[in-house]
Design a protein around this ligand. Structure first.
Ligand code: SF4
Length: 352
C-alpha cells in the first residue's frame, strides 16, 4: 500500500482519513496540531497520542519534508538558500535583511514554464508545482536562519522566487492560509505577504473571489502589449488591459496599491515615450513602480540601462506624480538578485 504524505492533507481530510481507519476524530486535531502548530513531523515524537496511534500513522502515512542543502552569504548579508525537495529537486530562496525588515523571497514551482526573456529561471523547464507544505517549509527553515544570522524574525514574505505563483494557485493559496493561521501556522499578517505575478488574469480574479487581502506585484517590464509580448510570452494570452482590469478589482478589495515591477533594459524599455506609457498605466489602477536594475545572467543578452537614462526615466515618473522606488539590488555577488535564481548554488563557498 502506498503511504499518503500526511502533510498534503487539510485538517478535514486528515479527520476523514483517521475516522476511516477507526480512530476517534479528536486524534486528528492532535496530530494536525503537532504537524503544523508544533512543526513536529516525526510521528514518534508526538508524545500525547500514544504508541498505538503512532503505529497507525506509521503504517498509513509518511511525513515528507524539505531540507536545506546549501547556504551562500553575500557581502551585503543577503543569504541564498538551496533546498532539496522530498523527491530530490533543487529550489531556492533568499533572505534579505534591511535595517527595519527581514524579507524572504520564496519559490512556488520547480523551474518555470513561462520563459520570460530576461529571467534565469525562465531558462529552466518547469519540473512540477510545489506543494503547500514545501512552500511552508521554506518559510519555517528561513525563519530559523533569520534568527540565527540576523537575530531577528522574518517580517515580510514575497512569492517572487522560482516559478509563477498563480499557475500553482491552489497550493499557493493553501500555503498562505497556513502562514496566516494563528492556531496552527505562523500567524503571519496578510499585509506582509506579497505575490508577484507575470499577470495571470484568472489567478488574480480567483484571489479576488477568495478575498485574500495580500499584496500583489505585477512583473510588468513593458508598458504596452507589443513590447510586453516580445519579452514576456504570457502577455499573448493575458493582455495588459485584462490584467489591469483584474488588478483594479483586486485593489478594490484590498485597497493596497499594486506594485508594478519594471526592470530597466537598455534600449528596450527605457525611453521617455515608454515612461509616458507607464504613467498612463498607473492612472488606470492605483499603483506604484519599483524600478529594478537588470542583473547580468549567463545566456541572456540584455544589459542594464545606463545611469543617465535610468535617472531621466525615474525623474519623469516622479514629475508626473507616480511613486517610484529604485530597488537596490541585493546579493548580486551570489546570483541571488532579481531574475538570477536558477540553481547556481553548485561550486560556491558554503557557510555554516
Ligand atoms: S519572471 Fe517569473 S514567470 Fe517569468 S520566467 Fe521568471 S520565474 Fe517564470
Amino acid at each position: 500500500m502506498e503511504l499518503v504524505n500526511i502533510r498534503t492533507l487539510s485538517a478535514d481530510d486528515l479527520k476523514s482519513s483517521l475516522i476511516s481507519l477507526g480512530q476517534p476524530a479528536f486524534r486528528a486535531s492532535q496530530v494536525y496540531h503537532w504537524l503544523w502548530g508544533q512543526y513536529v513531523l516525526d510521528f514518534s515524537e508526538m508524545s500525547n497520542i500514544g504508541k498505538a496511534m503512532q503505529e497507525v500513522l506509521t503504517q498509513n502515512f509518511i511525513s515528507q519534508k524539505t531540507k536545506i542543502t546549501q547556504l551562500q552569504k553575500s557581502q551585503d548579508e543577503t543569504i541564498k538558500v538551496g533546498f532539496e525537495t522530498y523527491d530530490g529537486h533543487a529550489i531556492e530562496g533568499v533572505l534579505i535583511p534591511t535595517d527595519s525588515r527581514v524579507t524572504i523571497c520564496i519559490s512556488s514551482q520547480i523551474g518555470c514554464s513561462l520563459a520570460c526573456t530576461f529571467c534565469a529561471t525562465g531558462l529552466m523547464k518547469r519540473v512540477r508545482n510545489l506543494f503547500a507544505f514545501e512552500i511552508y517549509d521554506q518559510v519555517k527553515l528561513m525563519q530559523e536562519l533569520a534568527l540565527q544570522h540576523y537575530k531577528r524574525p522574518i517580517t515580510n514574505i514575497v512569492y517572487m522566487g522560482m516559478g509563477e505563483p498563480l499557475l500553482n494557485l491552489d497550493e499557493v493559496v493553501k500555503s498562505i492560509f497556513l502562514l496566516h493561521d494563528e492556531a496552527h501556522g505562523l500567524n503571519f499578517s496578510y499585509k506582509r505577504i506579497t505575490i508577484s505575478t507575470s499577470g495571470i488574469v484568472r489567478g488574480i480574479q480567483k484571489l479576488t473571489e477568495l478575498k485574500i487581502p495580500i499584496n500583489l506585484a505585477l512583473s510588468l517590464h513593458a508598458p504596452n502589449n507589443a513590447l510586453r509580448t516580445q519579452i514576456m510570452d504570457i502577455n499573448k494570452s493575458n493582455p495588459l488591459e485584462e490584467v489591469v482590469e483584474a488588478l483594479d478589482s483586486f485593489y478594490n478589495l484590498t485597497q493596497n496599491k499594486i506594485s508594478f515591477e519594471y526592470v530597466l533594459l537598455r534600449g528596450i524599455n527605457d525611453s521617455l515615450e515608454q515612461a509616458a506609457e507607464l504613467v498612463a498605466l498607473c492612472r488606470k489602477v492605483p499603483a506604484f513602480v519599483n524600478i529594478i536594475e537588470f542583473n547580468r545572467v549567463e545566456g541572456i543578452s540584455y544589459s542594464k540601462s545606463d545611469t543617465p537614462t535610468k535617472t531621466s526615466f525615474v525623474t519623469y515618473l516622479r514629475e508626473k506624480g507616480i511613486t517610484c522606488k529604485i530597488r537596490r539590488s541585493r546579493g548580486k555577488d551570489i546570483d541571488a538578485a532579481c531574475g538570477q535564481l536558477a540553481n547556481k548554488l553548485n561550486n560556491v563557498n558554503l557557510i555554516s
